[in-house]
Design a protein around this ligand. Sequence first.
Ligand code: VG1
Ligand code: CO
Length: 547
Amino acid sequence: MVRKMIRTVATTPFDDQRPGTSGLRKKVSVFQQPHYLENFVQALFDTLPGARGKTLVLGGDGRYYNDRAIQVILKMAAAKGFGKVLVGRDGLLSTPAVSCLIRKYRAFGGIILSASHNPGGPDGDFGIKYNTGNGGPAPEKLTDQVYRNTREITRYLIADVPDVPLGRLGNHALGDMVVSIIDPVADYAGLMESLFDFDRIRDLLEEGVFTLCYDAMHAITGPYAHAILEDRLGAPPGTVINGTPLPDFGGGHPDPNLTYARELVEIMNALSAPDFGAASDGDGDRNMILGKRFFVTPSDSLAILAANAALAPGYREGLKGVARSMPTSRAVDQVAASLGIPCYETPTGWKFFGNLLDAGKITLCGEESFGSGSDHLREKDGLWAVLFWLNIIAHRRLSVEQITREHWQRHGRHFYSRHDYEGMDTHIAMEILADLRDRLPRLKGRRIGDHGVVLSDEFSYTDPVDGSVSEHQGIRIGFEDGARIVFRLSGTGTSAATLRIYLEKYEPDPARHDQDTQAALADLIRIANELSGILARTGRGGPTVIT
Ligand code: VG1
Ligand code: CO
């Protein structure tokens, strides 16, 4: 780069740039403050020695400010000395596609612009996250360093070059750096084709007896789903709904759950419902799986994928092991035990699966928050889960409900629900957790109602690969019948606090598998409310979102 093209801009630190569960997420208006994005990107680049001449992958979920942020980051990447940046056309790349590209092209790393399932638009949220050379989210060691840098930053470097036309495929020179605008879908679709039995799925769809509806929620997976489900697999046009990414996601909340994916839920609850329904989130890493008038919890979905993995060509060799985040139900643990493979329990957030995947200790992993994935990438992957389910159905020729019920018969059912209290005063939320923490030593051995407490602690994780320790990962209370309550605060919100309460109860008896989930968990819900004192402290009689 010609030196005079690089400008050094003096700046001062912002005090709120600590990355959360998944990158830095803030209101768009916060990111629009002068120097805000630049400071964070420079703080990140300052932690990346050895990037000179290397390749970076860059894209986002198309939300408002995506295009502007990409132009800024490209100019800063040129100043940093990157050799090449791969950018999805129009600045679009799903989170799993970024992971795929980093791995396929052996890139140095990647930047994903997304606030995932958080709403978008000028009044919505924006976010930025960095993935390392393995294709996975930066580990805490790196994000902690980025945060420290943001506290001390005094300058950033940016190249004085024109904007790049993001809609034009091909190579563009930006000083000495090449910006390569690529088709966002092709590499990812190729990877999916290598993992699943596309012929079998095509047969299933072409026979016309099996119908599906995929809701892209006006977010990033639209182009991927059109290309894979309709073009490659032959599902009829119209199978994908809300398939055009919009900067404000059509005013919706691109969160694939029973509350926010309302349109799909209505379609799947109708008398004429298709056989299979699915939705993904803003950046394409989450999935929700539905059958005709039937909901599969994400925890069950992970267990069912694990139990049926050998039906998919990519997993025919069997699974090395599985992992789930701590609050995720233990349905997958049952499958692991029956397969005789290890099952790991990690803190919330995909970054904790990276080492286990890299070390070859696990093949599949997932979280209760509508995320599942495998060693094909280092991110959770929404469409991958959808294709996995289609692959299983194409082989077994059973409905989603039949597959799930059969699974419960064999392994028992884990009644599971998460209650979110959103928009809570941060101070009160912290106080609730602090009080619970104080009471933990006194809870063990006590009886609460009919339930004897056998475990009461705060989850701390020691990574089995690198030995790093992550503390304060959720308060858990376990009962003698295997039931559990977990409390933790969300690390992805952008305003106020969200208290999450996770509830789980194991029911081995098939005669009791038909209960309504909230009814089956009623006891636990009452205990959780009593222990936390939410009503007394906040006046709230119930959660804002139940998943
Ligand atoms: C939430 C989920 C967590 C997930 C994270 C990122 O985090 O609970 O399981 O990994 O979102 O997913 P938190 O800290 O708010 O509970 V995504 O699709 O938003 O990148
Ligand atoms: Co997401």
